[in-house]
Each structure stands twice: as structure tokens, then as C-alpha cells.
Write a protein that binds this ligand. Structure first.
Ligand code: DX5
Ligand code: ZN
Length: 216
């Protein structure tokens, strides 16, 4: 079963509560929340107060993608704010094994994201500890970029590795996904699809979600 995790980076932030309710109403499985600190990535988005504010209005799984330096410092606060899955970047944490174990000790699901140019092989030792791997298919920082084609092979590689070492692994892909490429991404092995601009385009959430689902 393929899950859809729309990224609220592209939502109408002046009416975020409504957009999140609409996601649930129109068949999304998760809400993808992109946290950016202006250091790990060039952009700044939102943090714990926003997550806390919308937690009470949605039953969807909160899929929190931390694009921040030193994520280990903030795990407690993101857990308290209502995250269900906390994903940190391989590139931003030297002691990532410790941080992953800490996330799980708080009863949350733990994921590692890798940038487009980071090879899948860096995950070999830790894959059994993970609930999710997030393959970035754009350079993180902004919505609306184009899918980087060579990341398709990385999805195939992580799928093979997960079949061998962790069959229940969630394989999430994030960046530049639309109705035209979603099928090949799922075929390569993704089972959680992040989509920002293609879900919120023209504020037609219902129509856009159904078009994406038809494309799978
Ligand atoms: C990029 C973010 C993505 C982004 C996806 O740094 O991690 O989640 O919002 O947006 P689209 O689907 O528009 O590429
Ligand atoms: Zn993301």
C-alpha cells in the first residue's frame, strides 16, 4: 500500500488548519512537515510551535523532516510537539546512531534522509534500526524543483537493501514528484510519496490528490 504524504511547505499558510483538514478529508495518509533552519539548507520554514498548533486538528501521521544542523538538540521538543515520525539528515549528524536510538526511545518512528549526492551505502550499517529512509530527489531547501533522475537508481538500491535487511522499512521519496513521474518512483520501490506543489497547486487539493493517486 502506497502512502501519500503531502508537504505543507506548499500549503496556503494563512489557512494552514483548513488545508491540513482537507488533506485528511481527501485521502492523504500523512502530513509531511519540512523544518528548515537557514543553516543546513538556505531556507527557513517553520518549527515546533506550528506543529503543536495543528496537532490537535488532525489525526494524520505527522511526518517531520528536519533539515537542520545539530538535530539531536531538538528531538525532545519535536517529539513533544506531536511528531509521529522524525527524520534527520545523514549529512547533519555525526553521531546519528545515538540520535536514531534516542528518537525511538521516545516512542517515535525514526528516519534518515540522504541528499541526492549521498550514496545509499552510508545506510548499510544502520538500516535495521530504521523505520524510514528518505531519499531526497531534489537538493533540500525549496519546493517546486525538478526531480533529479539519477535518484531513481538510489530508490532501487534501497529497495534491494530493505528486502534483505528490513522488509518493513518505509521508503520515502521527496522532491519534484508529479503525476507524470510518480509511477516510475513507485515502481522503483518507494512506498511513501511526498508531494508539495503537485498537491497544493491552484489550491485544488481534492483534484490534485486524486490525479496523483490515479498516476500510481
Ligand atoms: C524540499 C522539501 C520537500 C518539498 C517538496 O526541501 O523537503 O518536502 O516541500 O516539494 P515539491 O513536491 O514541490 O518538490
Ligand atoms: Zn521534505
Amino acid at each position: 500500500m502506497i502512502k501519500l504524504s503531502p508537504s505543507i511547505l506548499s500549503a496556503n499558510l494563512s489557512n494552514l488548519g483548513k488545508d491540513i483538514k482537507d488533506l485528511e478529508k481527501f485521502g492523504a495518509d500523512m502530513v509531511h512537515i519540512d523544518v528548515m533552519d537557514g543553516r543546513f539548507v538556505p531556507n527557513i520554514s517553520f518549527g515546533m510551535p506550528i506543529i503543536k498548533a495543528v496537532r490537535g486538528i488532525s489525526n494524520l501521521i505527522f511526518d517531520v523532516h528536519l533539515m537542520i544542523e545539530e538535530p539531536s538538540k531538538y528531538i525532545d521538543e519535536f517529539a513533544k510537539s506531536g511528531a509521529d515520525i522524525i527524520t534527520i539528515h545523514y549529512e547533519s549528524d555525526i553521531h546519528i546512531d545515538r540520535t536514531i536510538k534516542y528518537i525511538k526511545s521516545l516512542g517515535k518512528k525514526a528516519g534518515i534522509a540522504i541528499n541526492p549526492a549521498t550514496p545509499v551505502s552510508v545506510l548499510e550499517c544502520i538500516i535495521q534500526e530504521l523505520d524510514m529512509v528518505l531519499i531526497m530527489s531534489v537538493n533540500p531547501g525549496f519546493g517546486g524543483q525538478s526531480f533529479i533522475d539519477y535518484t531513481l537508481n538510489k530508490i532501487k538500491e534501497i529497495k534491494l537493501l530493505s528486502e534483505k535487511c528490513n522488509p518493513s522499512l518505509m521508503i520515502e521519496v521527496d522532491g519534484g514528484i508529479n503525476k507524470d513521474n510518480i509511477k516510475s518512483i513507485v515502481k522503483a520501490g518507494a512506498n511513501v510519496i511526498v508531494a508539495g506543489s503537485s498537491v497544493f497547486k491552484n489550491e485544488e487539493i481534492e483534484k490534485n490528490i486524486s490525479i496523483l493517486k490515479e498516476g500510481i
